[in-house]
Design a binder for this molecule. Sequence first.
Ligand code: ARG
Length: 634
Amino acid sequence: TTEIASLEAQLQKLDVSTPIPPYNAADFLVNPIDIYRAYLADTVAAILPIVNPQLVYDSIQWTNNPAHGDLIVVTPKLRLKGTKPAEIVVNLVSKFPPSKLFSKPTASGIHLQVCFSPETLPQLLIPYILDRRSAYGSDAVAGLRDRSKPTSAKKKIIVEFSSPNIAKEFHAGHLRSTIIGAYISNLYKIMGWEVVNMNYLGDWGKQFGLVAIGWERFGSEEAFKNHPLSHLLEVYVKASALFKKEKEKVEETKARKEDTSELESQGIFAERDAFFSRLEAREPDALALWRRFRDISIQRYTEVYARLNTFFDDYSGESQIDPKTIDKVQRLLTEKGVLEESNGALLIDFKKHGAKKMDVAIVRNRQGTSTYLLRDLAAVLEREEKYGFDKIIYVVSSEQDMYLQRLFKSIELMGFNTLASKLQHINFGKVQGMSSRMGKVELLGDILDKCGEKTHEKMKENEVKYKQVEDPVTTADTVGISAMMVQDMTGKRVHDYPFDFERMTSFEGDTGPYLQYSHARLCSIMRKSGYTNEDLQKADLSLLREKAAIETLRLLAQYPDVTHTAFKNLEPTTIVGYLFKLTHQISSGYDNLRVVDIREGRDVSIARAAYYDCARQVMFNALSLLGIKPVERY
Ligand code: ARG
């Protein structure tokens, strides 16, 4: 294809023989390191008595530590009988021919360590990145892929995330789900999947009955008009307070294993359940109230999600499930003999189905109304009908680990093994002390406001710089939100972390503001240089010799491998950790790699600018992948 041809033309200029040797799993148009892997595999295969060079290609790994080279050949994987791996390595070192692409390799036990030649790396990599720009690191861009390979139809995924409950607090669990979910959605998109962002609202159930009970007593049209979300929350909080004593009594009684039906048939308990029964019976009055609350919540949420760069394709929710599908689920479970009756309720005893730890779960309430689990089961069937997905990822806190296991197991028990295998739970740990450190916050908008305010305060501390920022309030908002997001994505998902308001908004250390600052600095270098993209395309990159630049380029070359690793583990920290490594490296080179007013002359200046523009582009791509809006001035 023409894209491959232009790569090969470039290689020929560097005196590298072409065509690029083909290997399975090599994607030369997407990953520049694959080009190196292919030539390395050929070189190694020519030295050793090897029949199948693909075996060599598959034994090459990239390294996390630049001191260990850029690529290593793991020689035991070559499966050469009769020679010790360490001896193979020594043999390879002594016979490795001089190369335009590689420096002389070194031996490290069973590993052959190979470095990209600093002579040719800039000329190979910089045009590669500048040709791809925002597509660098992604697999998805049409026309970029090697067209000689069969392209399978796009796969479809539903990423279900955020999913707050109407009239209730937007807590740290919803916040993390929103951040991690958006990231996973972005990842699947750049890997060429068709992605549906779904918000599964908690807008049904007995809890919604409680909101309605509260509205009758404490609702104010005036307050609802002015601040709908906070007023609904206020109503819910008051209703819960009213309900508290009754609820405790029922729980105590349950704990004593005594019957609670008497207690549940009176007071707020009965009122709440009656309202939910009216909803499930689709009574117009009840539905009208529910719809008002739902519509305004979606409208307000959409505005706030935009500040997080997050958009949903489908605001589904527990309320949206068709009662017919609910009945179908019940019928299927009954037919499979897994539903049991107990005290008027219907349940699944997972212990009887090879899942001891999952214990028992109620599927239908004693009042005949549906449960969270029953609605979720029906939702799977409806999503299959509507979207025909290849996969659903549920981004939900670890607190619901058991719940989601039950959900997936129940799909299996209905006889849908293939369907069940398409469902995946991505979980995450808790945030400690968010409210206590930020002051009382209960709505997403308030959380974001606080992050912006705090960052604004910090920006004011540096008066000179502050005066240069054009729109400090907007910048503070964006940077403050990235501060919070980077804090959230720095550790592994499953780990709990303490909310540290001071640290996360600091400009020093591995923080969001530091990343934003580094990106803005690169933007500023490009602005001040005044070079056009055309100038950069024509740069004489053989002039780029400084060690600091080469070290950065070695990291930039890894970016496609990094996004592929992230795609496998779905850990935001894979990208965040890479970004910190990269920014530290770029920063260490500023003094020796100045662009404006340098005595080395214009050609060197342009070569350096091209280098900085690649660094800026990769930072931009990685920040965007995380769902962060990169700022240009700050
Ligand atoms: N609304 C739920 C909550 O706040 C989360 C929904 C998770 N998704 C699901 N399909 N159950 O706890």
